[in-house]
Design a protein around this ligand. Sequence first.
Ligand code: FAQ
Length: 330
Amino acid sequence: MYTQALNTSDGDDRAVEDAARAAEFQARIDQDERIEPNDWMPAAYRKTLTRQISQHAHSEIVGMLPEGNWITRAPSLRRKAALLAKVQDECGHGLYLYAAAETLGTSREELVDAMLAGKAKYSSIFNYPTLTWADIGTIGWLVDGAAIMNQIPLCRCSYGPYARAMIRVCKEESFHQRQGFEIMVTLCRGTAEQKAMAQNALDRWWWPVLMMFGPPDQASQHGDTSTRWKIKRFSNDELRQKFVDATVPQAQFLGLTIPDPGMKQNENGNWEYSPIDWEEFKQVLAGNGPCNRDRLAARRKAHEEGAWVREAAMAYAEKRKSRQLAQAAE
Ligand code: FAQ
């Protein structure tokens, strides 16, 4: 009885202490202070950031596959060099992001294993195929364009390592967007067949790109808490609208038609789009998109084939450590 009373009072004390720390944490966020890895943070903040940053890292890595598919078939040496550099940049983004996620206490091995086991998500957009060269232009123009719209506000995210990684990532995404748009300009000024290929790519990618921003606000599970913690600065629908408003004039410049006959501009200047097929989004998230199985199979194969690199790096690190210990003991 006495022990129980003691435990209850211990528990109460801990709850009061945790509430005080959480209030102090929220006050730091409200004052736009950056949270750094060794600072106290609520377990739920750590968890949601690990989730978001690792999903983002997986997206960059899986995102190399659709474009990687065209490196050997790029139409000129110049296009090939730019595409190769872009795909390598995406790999680099994945690496900065895994490093940022690791500062929250989960190892890269655990994060990667969760993705390979199909437990962790990556962006729905990378489950669509790249059928023609125009898809490479469209990915740069629209997918990187959407990524920039979503990621610029993440440069002001409350978690320091994520915000800092985003600054460099956004600079590189901006180059990617331009190279994609330039491919589209070339195709649209080319033959009728090239222009038709560009239109066909836009027709296939438009709706999946709008889905990249996540479910509508009323269905977003993490939106409110992530906004309160200043991980997100804008809601999914706000960013989607900004993207549509920025993209419509670009499509007009290219002379392409957005595949949404119901789209209209309202008196505020915003482009109102037709309802999105959220059933398709759910199916892609459930693993039933056109390329989900291929993407995971390709990542698993690459992981298995890279085992010797990880083993060699570990053996080298261990050897180096024992040499340093021996030198320190001399
Ligand atoms: N795909 O409650 P919310 C790129 C999930 S990088 C798959 O609204 P949240 C560069 C969400 O995770 C592209 N899953 O979630 C590139 C959650 O599930 P969970 C990646 C999605 O986190 C270009 C559930 O639905 N960018 O493209 C998607 O508040 C070219 C409920 O959603 C980032 O990751 C989706 N589209 O908002 C690379 C940016 N949307 O975790 C190569 C950072 C939602 O409970 C080539 N991430 N879900 O199991 C974010 O800003 C956010 O995480 C959102 C989702 C906006 C994606």
